[in-house]
Design a protein around this ligand. Structure first.
Ligand code: GLC
Length: 460
Protein backbone atom coordinates (compact mmCIF):
# COMPACT_ATOMS: atom_id res chain seq x y z
CA UNK A 1 0.00 0.00 0.00
CA UNK A 2 1.36 3.46 -0.86
CA UNK A 3 1.00 6.61 1.12
CA UNK A 4 -2.69 7.16 1.76
CA UNK A 5 -2.38 10.72 2.89
CA UNK A 6 -0.65 12.75 0.20
CA UNK A 7 -1.31 16.49 0.37
CA UNK A 8 -0.87 19.38 -2.00
CA UNK A 9 -0.76 22.38 0.27
CA UNK A 10 0.68 25.70 -0.80
CA UNK A 11 4.02 25.84 0.97
CA UNK A 12 4.73 28.76 3.24
CA UNK A 13 7.25 28.86 6.04
CA UNK A 14 4.54 29.69 8.50
CA UNK A 15 2.26 26.90 7.38
CA UNK A 16 5.25 24.57 7.38
CA UNK A 17 5.66 25.18 11.11
CA UNK A 18 2.00 24.46 11.65
CA UNK A 19 2.26 21.29 9.58
CA UNK A 20 5.19 20.11 11.62
CA UNK A 21 3.26 20.64 14.86
CA UNK A 22 0.25 18.74 13.59
CA UNK A 23 2.00 15.87 11.91
CA UNK A 24 0.59 13.38 14.44
CA UNK A 25 -2.92 13.93 13.13
CA UNK A 26 -2.03 12.59 9.72
CA UNK A 27 -2.38 8.84 9.85
CA UNK A 28 0.20 6.64 8.20
CA UNK A 29 -0.63 3.51 6.23
CA UNK A 30 0.68 1.40 9.09
CA UNK A 31 -1.52 3.14 11.60
CA UNK A 32 -4.55 2.57 9.40
CA UNK A 33 -3.64 -1.08 8.99
CA UNK A 34 -3.40 -1.46 12.77
CA UNK A 35 -6.73 0.31 13.12
CA UNK A 36 -8.31 -2.13 10.72
CA UNK A 37 -6.81 -5.14 12.52
CA UNK A 38 -8.02 -3.84 15.86
CA UNK A 39 -11.52 -3.27 14.50
CA UNK A 40 -11.69 -6.77 13.03
CA UNK A 41 -10.48 -8.26 16.31
CA UNK A 42 -13.10 -6.34 18.25
CA UNK A 43 -15.90 -7.28 15.82
CA UNK A 44 -15.06 -10.94 16.32
CA UNK A 45 -14.95 -10.51 20.10
CA UNK A 46 -18.31 -8.76 19.94
CA UNK A 47 -19.97 -11.42 17.82
CA UNK A 48 -18.94 -14.31 20.08
CA UNK A 49 -21.07 -14.92 23.14
CA UNK A 50 -18.25 -15.73 25.49
CA UNK A 51 -16.17 -12.67 24.62
CA UNK A 52 -18.92 -10.13 23.99
CA UNK A 53 -18.68 -8.67 27.50
CA UNK A 54 -15.04 -7.71 26.99
CA UNK A 55 -15.47 -6.43 23.42
CA UNK A 56 -15.35 -2.70 22.67
CA UNK A 57 -17.59 -3.20 19.69
CA UNK A 58 -20.76 -4.92 20.83
CA UNK A 59 -22.09 -6.04 17.43
CA UNK A 60 -25.71 -6.05 18.51
CA UNK A 61 -28.09 -8.28 16.56
CA UNK A 62 -30.80 -6.10 15.02
CA UNK A 63 -33.30 -8.90 14.36
CA UNK A 64 -33.57 -7.51 10.82
CA UNK A 65 -32.98 -10.56 8.64
CA UNK A 66 -34.74 -9.65 5.45
CA UNK A 67 -33.56 -6.87 3.21
CA UNK A 68 -36.26 -5.07 1.26
CA UNK A 69 -36.95 -6.22 -2.29
CA UNK A 70 -38.61 -3.02 -3.47
CA UNK A 71 -42.09 -4.48 -3.20
CA UNK A 72 -42.75 -2.95 0.21
CA UNK A 73 -45.87 -0.79 0.20
CA UNK A 74 -48.10 0.99 2.65
CA UNK A 75 -48.32 3.80 5.12
CA UNK A 76 -46.13 3.88 8.21
CA UNK A 77 -45.28 6.12 11.10
CA UNK A 78 -41.68 6.70 12.12
CA UNK A 79 -39.98 8.30 15.10
CA UNK A 80 -36.42 9.49 14.92
CA UNK A 81 -34.54 10.14 18.15
CA UNK A 82 -30.79 10.42 18.13
CA UNK A 83 -29.55 13.95 17.71
CA UNK A 84 -30.41 17.51 18.52
CA UNK A 85 -33.94 17.31 17.19
CA UNK A 86 -36.64 14.75 17.35
CA UNK A 87 -38.78 13.96 14.32
CA UNK A 88 -42.09 12.30 13.66
CA UNK A 89 -42.90 11.16 10.14
CA UNK A 90 -45.60 9.51 8.14
CA UNK A 91 -44.35 7.72 5.05
CA UNK A 92 -46.26 6.20 2.19
CA UNK A 93 -44.16 3.67 0.28
CA UNK A 94 -45.41 3.39 -3.27
CA UNK A 95 -44.74 1.86 -6.68
CA UNK A 96 -41.46 2.38 -8.56
CA UNK A 97 -39.53 3.47 -5.50
CA UNK A 98 -41.75 6.51 -5.11
CA UNK A 99 -42.69 7.50 -1.65
CA UNK A 100 -44.48 10.34 0.04
CA UNK A 101 -43.37 11.62 3.35
CA UNK A 102 -44.62 14.24 5.77
CA UNK A 103 -42.52 15.04 8.74
CA UNK A 104 -42.26 17.45 11.58
CA UNK A 105 -39.23 18.38 13.60
CA UNK A 106 -39.87 18.85 17.29
CA UNK A 107 -37.34 20.70 19.34
CA UNK A 108 -35.78 18.60 22.03
CA UNK A 109 -35.16 20.96 24.94
CA UNK A 110 -31.55 20.32 26.07
CA UNK A 111 -32.66 19.74 29.66
CA UNK A 112 -34.65 16.72 28.46
CA UNK A 113 -31.48 15.07 27.16
CA UNK A 114 -30.12 15.22 30.70
CA UNK A 115 -33.35 14.67 32.64
CA UNK A 116 -35.39 11.57 33.49
CA UNK A 117 -36.80 8.78 31.33
CA UNK A 118 -40.37 9.74 32.23
CA UNK A 119 -39.83 13.37 31.15
CA UNK A 120 -38.25 12.40 27.84
CA UNK A 121 -40.80 9.71 26.99
CA UNK A 122 -43.71 11.95 27.94
CA UNK A 123 -42.31 14.56 25.58
CA UNK A 124 -41.94 12.02 22.76
CA UNK A 125 -45.49 10.75 23.33
CA UNK A 126 -46.81 14.33 23.35
CA UNK A 127 -45.08 15.08 20.03
CA UNK A 128 -46.40 11.86 18.56
CA UNK A 129 -49.92 12.72 19.66
CA UNK A 130 -49.61 16.24 18.25
CA UNK A 131 -48.41 14.87 14.91
CA UNK A 132 -51.12 12.24 14.66
CA UNK A 133 -53.85 14.76 15.38
CA UNK A 134 -52.42 17.33 12.98
CA UNK A 135 -52.45 14.78 10.19
CA UNK A 136 -55.81 13.29 11.21
CA UNK A 137 -54.47 9.77 11.33
CA UNK A 138 -55.52 8.97 14.89
CA UNK A 139 -58.03 6.36 13.80
CA UNK A 140 -55.75 4.39 11.47
CA UNK A 141 -53.39 2.78 14.04
CA UNK A 142 -50.51 2.83 11.61
CA UNK A 143 -47.51 0.56 12.25
CA UNK A 144 -44.61 2.54 13.69
CA UNK A 145 -40.84 2.11 13.24
CA UNK A 146 -38.84 3.72 16.05
CA UNK A 147 -35.34 4.85 15.10
CA UNK A 148 -33.52 5.11 18.40
CA UNK A 149 -29.89 5.80 17.61
CA UNK A 150 -28.04 4.70 20.70
CA UNK A 151 -26.51 1.37 21.79
CA UNK A 152 -29.40 -1.03 22.27
CA UNK A 153 -29.16 -4.71 23.10
CA UNK A 154 -32.09 -6.07 21.17
CA UNK A 155 -34.05 -9.12 22.26
CA UNK A 156 -36.44 -8.95 19.33
CA UNK A 157 -37.63 -6.50 16.73
CA UNK A 158 -39.78 -4.75 19.32
CA UNK A 159 -37.69 -5.18 22.41
CA UNK A 160 -34.38 -3.47 23.08
CA UNK A 161 -32.51 -2.52 26.24
CA UNK A 162 -30.45 0.67 26.20
CA UNK A 163 -26.97 -0.28 27.41
CA UNK A 164 -25.53 3.23 27.75
CA UNK A 165 -26.04 6.72 26.43
CA UNK A 166 -23.83 8.33 23.80
CA UNK A 167 -23.72 11.66 21.91
CA UNK A 168 -24.28 13.99 24.87
CA UNK A 169 -27.45 12.34 26.19
CA UNK A 170 -27.59 11.31 29.82
CA UNK A 171 -31.17 10.58 30.80
CA UNK A 172 -31.66 8.73 34.08
CA UNK A 173 -33.90 5.67 34.36
CA UNK A 174 -33.31 4.61 30.78
CA UNK A 175 -30.18 2.44 30.67
CA UNK A 176 -31.05 -1.17 31.48
CA UNK A 177 -34.68 -0.68 30.40
CA UNK A 178 -36.66 -1.68 27.35
CA UNK A 179 -36.84 1.42 25.19
CA UNK A 180 -40.07 0.31 23.49
CA UNK A 181 -41.81 -0.41 26.80
CA UNK A 182 -40.81 3.00 28.19
CA UNK A 183 -42.45 4.68 25.22
CA UNK A 184 -45.54 2.47 25.41
CA UNK A 185 -45.90 3.39 29.10
CA UNK A 186 -45.75 7.09 28.21
CA UNK A 187 -48.35 6.59 25.48
CA UNK A 188 -50.69 4.87 27.92
CA UNK A 189 -50.15 7.61 30.50
CA UNK A 190 -51.60 10.00 27.91
CA UNK A 191 -54.36 7.66 26.85
CA UNK A 192 -55.26 9.68 23.72
CA UNK A 193 -53.49 7.68 20.99
CA UNK A 194 -53.25 4.07 20.00
CA UNK A 195 -49.91 3.08 18.47
CA UNK A 196 -48.55 -0.19 17.12
CA UNK A 197 -44.75 -0.14 17.52
CA UNK A 198 -43.57 -2.87 15.12
CA UNK A 199 -39.82 -2.27 15.17
CA UNK A 200 -37.04 -0.48 16.98
CA UNK A 201 -33.93 0.20 14.97
CA UNK A 202 -30.63 2.04 14.90
CA UNK A 203 -30.10 4.85 12.36
CA UNK A 204 -27.39 2.78 10.64
CA UNK A 205 -29.90 -0.02 10.09
CA UNK A 206 -32.40 2.47 8.72
CA UNK A 207 -29.73 3.83 6.39
CA UNK A 208 -28.83 0.38 5.12
CA UNK A 209 -32.48 -0.57 4.61
CA UNK A 210 -33.36 2.71 2.96
CA UNK A 211 -30.48 2.25 0.53
CA UNK A 212 -31.22 -1.47 -0.01
CA UNK A 213 -34.76 -0.62 -1.10
CA UNK A 214 -33.18 0.62 -4.32
CA UNK A 215 -29.73 -0.96 -4.39
CA UNK A 216 -30.16 -4.64 -3.68
CA UNK A 217 -26.45 -5.12 -3.05
CA UNK A 218 -26.42 -2.61 -0.18
CA UNK A 219 -24.88 -4.51 2.72
CA UNK A 220 -23.45 -1.76 4.91
CA UNK A 221 -25.00 1.30 6.57
CA UNK A 222 -22.75 4.10 7.79
CA UNK A 223 -23.53 7.27 9.71
CA UNK A 224 -21.02 10.06 10.12
CA UNK A 225 -22.97 12.84 11.76
CA UNK A 226 -23.33 13.87 15.39
CA UNK A 227 -22.23 10.30 16.12
CA UNK A 228 -20.45 7.73 14.02
CA UNK A 229 -21.44 4.10 13.58
CA UNK A 230 -21.87 1.32 11.04
CA UNK A 231 -23.97 -1.78 10.59
CA UNK A 232 -23.52 -4.61 8.10
CA UNK A 233 -24.94 -7.92 6.93
CA UNK A 234 -23.42 -10.80 8.88
CA UNK A 235 -23.98 -14.55 8.57
CA UNK A 236 -26.54 -15.52 11.22
CA UNK A 237 -24.35 -18.40 12.37
CA UNK A 238 -21.75 -15.83 13.50
CA UNK A 239 -24.24 -13.72 15.47
CA UNK A 240 -24.08 -15.71 18.68
CA UNK A 241 -26.10 -13.26 20.75
CA UNK A 242 -29.10 -13.76 18.50
CA UNK A 243 -31.62 -16.01 20.20
CA UNK A 244 -34.31 -16.30 17.52
CA UNK A 245 -34.93 -18.51 14.51
CA UNK A 246 -31.59 -19.32 12.89
CA UNK A 247 -32.99 -20.61 9.63
CA UNK A 248 -32.45 -17.34 7.79
CA UNK A 249 -28.85 -17.02 6.63
CA UNK A 250 -28.17 -13.34 7.33
CA UNK A 251 -28.79 -10.66 9.90
CA UNK A 252 -27.90 -6.98 10.12
CA UNK A 253 -25.50 -6.35 12.98
CA UNK A 254 -25.17 -2.94 14.60
CA UNK A 255 -21.46 -2.72 15.38
CA UNK A 256 -21.58 0.39 17.63
CA UNK A 257 -18.09 1.01 16.34
CA UNK A 258 -17.93 4.43 18.01
CA UNK A 259 -16.82 2.53 21.12
CA UNK A 260 -13.73 1.13 19.38
CA UNK A 261 -10.65 2.01 21.42
CA UNK A 262 -12.30 1.84 24.84
CA UNK A 263 -9.96 -0.96 25.92
CA UNK A 264 -6.90 0.96 24.74
CA UNK A 265 -6.55 -0.51 21.23
CA UNK A 266 -6.41 2.93 19.58
CA UNK A 267 -4.20 4.65 22.15
CA UNK A 268 -1.34 4.77 19.65
CA UNK A 269 -3.43 7.16 17.54
CA UNK A 270 -4.45 9.57 20.25
CA UNK A 271 -2.90 13.02 20.30
CA UNK A 272 -2.86 15.33 23.33
CA UNK A 273 -5.85 17.07 21.76
CA UNK A 274 -7.82 13.83 21.72
CA UNK A 275 -6.88 13.06 25.29
CA UNK A 276 -8.09 16.48 26.40
CA UNK A 277 -11.36 16.14 24.45
CA UNK A 278 -11.97 12.77 26.07
CA UNK A 279 -11.14 13.94 29.57
CA UNK A 280 -13.55 16.87 29.47
CA UNK A 281 -16.38 14.97 27.76
CA UNK A 282 -19.59 13.71 29.35
CA UNK A 283 -18.25 10.13 29.32
CA UNK A 284 -14.44 10.06 29.72
CA UNK A 285 -12.87 6.86 28.44
CA UNK A 286 -15.96 6.01 26.37
CA UNK A 287 -16.65 6.24 22.61
CA UNK A 288 -12.98 6.82 21.92
CA UNK A 289 -13.24 5.98 18.22
CA UNK A 290 -16.26 8.24 17.83
CA UNK A 291 -14.35 11.10 19.44
CA UNK A 292 -11.95 11.08 16.46
CA UNK A 293 -14.68 10.76 13.88
CA UNK A 294 -18.02 12.36 14.59
CA UNK A 295 -19.25 15.93 14.33
CA UNK A 296 -20.05 16.30 18.01
CA UNK A 297 -16.39 15.84 18.90
CA UNK A 298 -14.47 17.02 15.83
CA UNK A 299 -15.30 20.63 16.53
CA UNK A 300 -13.83 20.21 20.01
CA UNK A 301 -10.67 18.65 18.56
CA UNK A 302 -10.44 21.63 16.19
CA UNK A 303 -10.92 24.10 19.05
CA UNK A 304 -8.19 22.44 21.13
CA UNK A 305 -5.77 22.60 18.20
CA UNK A 306 -6.55 26.26 17.57
CA UNK A 307 -5.90 27.08 21.23
CA UNK A 308 -2.55 25.33 20.97
CA UNK A 309 -1.71 27.16 17.76
CA UNK A 310 -2.43 30.54 19.39
CA UNK A 311 -0.35 29.55 22.41
CA UNK A 312 2.51 28.63 20.11
CA UNK A 313 2.11 31.98 18.36
CA UNK A 314 1.27 30.29 15.10
CA UNK A 315 -2.20 31.81 15.01
CA UNK A 316 -3.58 35.31 15.65
CA UNK A 317 -0.10 36.49 16.52
CA UNK A 318 -0.41 34.72 19.86
CA UNK A 319 -3.43 36.75 21.01
CA UNK A 320 -5.92 34.36 22.55
CA UNK A 321 -9.59 35.22 21.98
CA UNK A 322 -11.24 34.59 25.34
CA UNK A 323 -14.18 32.69 23.81
CA UNK A 324 -11.90 30.14 22.20
CA UNK A 325 -11.04 28.84 25.66
CA UNK A 326 -14.60 27.65 26.24
CA UNK A 327 -15.73 24.14 25.50
CA UNK A 328 -17.86 23.84 22.35
CA UNK A 329 -17.02 27.41 21.26
CA UNK A 330 -16.43 26.12 17.72
CA UNK A 331 -19.63 24.98 16.10
CA UNK A 332 -19.61 21.73 14.14
CA UNK A 333 -20.79 23.19 10.84
CA UNK A 334 -17.64 25.30 10.46
CA UNK A 335 -15.53 22.31 9.43
CA UNK A 336 -17.64 21.70 6.31
CA UNK A 337 -18.40 25.39 5.66
CA UNK A 338 -14.71 26.29 5.71
CA UNK A 339 -13.83 23.50 3.29
CA UNK A 340 -16.70 24.47 0.99
CA UNK A 341 -15.69 28.13 0.87
CA UNK A 342 -12.02 27.19 0.40
CA UNK A 343 -13.13 25.31 -2.71
CA UNK A 344 -14.38 28.60 -4.06
CA UNK A 345 -11.10 30.31 -3.20
CA UNK A 346 -12.70 32.18 -0.32
CA UNK A 347 -11.58 32.52 3.29
CA UNK A 348 -14.84 34.03 4.47
CA UNK A 349 -15.82 31.19 6.78
CA UNK A 350 -12.40 31.08 8.46
CA UNK A 351 -12.67 34.78 9.00
CA UNK A 352 -16.21 34.46 10.31
CA UNK A 353 -15.16 31.76 12.77
CA UNK A 354 -12.23 33.75 14.12
CA UNK A 355 -14.27 36.95 14.31
CA UNK A 356 -17.14 35.13 16.06
CA UNK A 357 -14.62 33.94 18.58
CA UNK A 358 -13.69 37.55 19.24
CA UNK A 359 -10.39 37.85 17.31
CA UNK A 360 -9.68 41.50 16.53
CA UNK A 361 -7.38 41.25 13.53
CA UNK A 362 -7.52 38.27 11.24
CA UNK A 363 -4.87 37.81 8.56
CA UNK A 364 -4.82 35.70 5.44
CA UNK A 365 -2.24 33.54 7.12
CA UNK A 366 -4.53 32.95 10.13
CA UNK A 367 -7.24 31.81 7.77
CA UNK A 368 -4.84 29.42 6.09
CA UNK A 369 -3.97 27.87 9.44
CA UNK A 370 -7.63 27.44 10.42
CA UNK A 371 -8.48 25.91 7.06
CA UNK A 372 -5.56 23.52 7.34
CA UNK A 373 -6.58 22.41 10.84
CA UNK A 374 -10.15 21.75 9.69
CA UNK A 375 -8.92 19.80 6.69
CA UNK A 376 -6.64 17.60 8.79
CA UNK A 377 -9.28 16.78 11.35
CA UNK A 378 -11.87 15.92 8.70
CA UNK A 379 -9.34 13.87 6.77
CA UNK A 380 -8.38 11.84 9.80
CA UNK A 381 -12.03 11.10 10.51
CA UNK A 382 -12.63 10.05 6.90
CA UNK A 383 -9.52 7.88 6.79
CA UNK A 384 -10.65 6.08 9.94
CA UNK A 385 -14.14 5.67 8.48
CA UNK A 386 -12.59 4.38 5.24
CA UNK A 387 -10.47 1.89 7.16
CA UNK A 388 -13.50 0.73 9.20
CA UNK A 389 -15.69 0.22 6.14
CA UNK A 390 -12.87 -1.58 4.30
CA UNK A 391 -12.54 -3.92 7.27
CA UNK A 392 -16.25 -4.68 7.17
CA UNK A 393 -16.33 -5.21 3.40
CA UNK A 394 -13.33 -7.53 3.52
CA UNK A 395 -14.85 -9.44 6.42
CA UNK A 396 -18.21 -9.93 4.70
CA UNK A 397 -16.56 -11.31 1.60
CA UNK A 398 -19.32 -10.27 -0.84
CA UNK A 399 -17.86 -9.38 -4.20
CA UNK A 400 -20.12 -6.43 -4.99
CA UNK A 401 -21.12 -4.11 -2.18
CA UNK A 402 -22.93 -0.82 -1.91
CA UNK A 403 -22.50 1.18 1.28
CA UNK A 404 -25.41 3.43 2.24
CA UNK A 405 -24.13 6.52 4.02
CA UNK A 406 -25.80 9.37 5.85
CA UNK A 407 -24.95 11.98 8.47
CA UNK A 408 -24.14 15.67 8.34
CA UNK A 409 -20.35 15.30 8.24
CA UNK A 410 -20.40 12.96 5.22
CA UNK A 411 -23.19 14.87 3.54
CA UNK A 412 -21.90 18.41 3.86
CA UNK A 413 -18.13 18.06 3.79
CA UNK A 414 -17.05 18.49 0.15
CA UNK A 415 -14.16 16.01 0.34
CA UNK A 416 -15.19 13.49 2.97
CA UNK A 417 -16.34 10.95 0.40
CA UNK A 418 -13.10 11.28 -1.59
CA UNK A 419 -10.94 11.01 1.51
CA UNK A 420 -12.73 7.79 2.40
CA UNK A 421 -12.42 6.45 -1.12
CA UNK A 422 -8.67 7.09 -1.20
CA UNK A 423 -8.28 4.69 1.72
CA UNK A 424 -10.89 2.18 0.57
CA UNK A 425 -9.46 1.72 -2.90
CA UNK A 426 -6.22 0.67 -1.26
CA UNK A 427 -7.55 -1.38 1.63
CA UNK A 428 -10.43 -3.30 0.11
CA UNK A 429 -9.51 -6.70 -1.32
CA UNK A 430 -8.79 -6.61 -5.03
CA UNK A 431 -11.61 -8.06 -7.06
CA UNK A 432 -14.32 -6.61 -4.81
CA UNK A 433 -16.53 -3.99 -6.39
CA UNK A 434 -17.84 -1.33 -4.06
CA UNK A 435 -19.49 2.04 -4.06
CA UNK A 436 -20.78 4.46 -1.48
CA UNK A 437 -24.18 6.03 -1.95
CA UNK A 438 -25.75 8.85 -0.02
CA UNK A 439 -28.76 7.21 1.56
CA UNK A 440 -31.62 9.58 1.83
CA UNK A 441 -33.33 9.80 5.16
CA UNK A 442 -32.39 6.47 6.64
CA UNK A 443 -33.82 7.32 10.02
CA UNK A 444 -37.21 8.18 8.55
CA UNK A 445 -37.76 6.22 5.36
CA UNK A 446 -35.49 3.43 6.67
CA UNK A 447 -37.73 3.06 9.72
CA UNK A 448 -40.77 2.77 7.45
CA UNK A 449 -39.02 0.11 5.37
CA UNK A 450 -38.03 -1.89 8.45
CA UNK A 451 -41.64 -1.60 9.62
CA UNK A 452 -42.86 -2.67 6.18
CA UNK A 453 -40.54 -5.69 6.06
CA UNK A 454 -41.65 -6.65 9.57
CA UNK A 455 -45.30 -6.24 8.61
CA UNK A 456 -44.81 -8.44 5.53
CA UNK A 457 -43.13 -11.03 7.69
CA UNK A 458 -46.12 -11.10 10.03
CA UNK A 459 -48.56 -11.34 7.16
CA UNK A 460 -50.05 -7.84 7.58
C1 GLC B 1 -23.71 6.92 18.30
C2 GLC B 1 -24.72 5.89 18.75
C3 GLC B 1 -25.08 4.96 17.61
C4 GLC B 1 -25.52 5.76 16.40
C5 GLC B 1 -24.46 6.76 16.04
C6 GLC B 1 -24.87 7.63 14.84
O1 GLC B 1 -22.52 6.27 18.01
O2 GLC B 1 -24.23 5.16 19.84
O3 GLC B 1 -26.13 4.08 17.99
O4 GLC B 1 -25.76 4.88 15.34
O5 GLC B 1 -24.18 7.60 17.13
O6 GLC B 1 -26.02 8.36 15.11
Amino acid sequence: MGNLCGGKKKQTTHLDKVKKELNGIILTDDQLRRHSQEFLKQINLGLAKKTNAEADVKCFPTYVQDLPDGSERGKFLALDLGGTNFRVLVIDLGENFLFRMKSRIYVLPPELTLGTAVQLNDHIAACLSDFIHRHSIASSKLPLGYTFSFPVQQHGLTKGILTNWTKGFNVSGFAGHDVVQLLKDAISRRGDIDIDIVAILNDTTGTLMSCAWRYTNCKVGLIVGTGCNACYVERTENVELFTGDRSKPYMIVNTEMGALGESGGLDYLLTDYDLAVDKTSLYPGKQKGEKMMSGLFLSEVIRRILVDMVEKKLLLNGEMPEKLLHKDAVQTHYMSDIEASKEKGSQKDCERLLKDLGARTVTKQDCEVVAYVCELVAMRSAHLAGSAISTIINKMGFKDVTVGVDGSVYRYHPHYHDYMMSVMTKMIDKGTKFEMVLSNDGSGRGAAIVAAVAAKEHGH
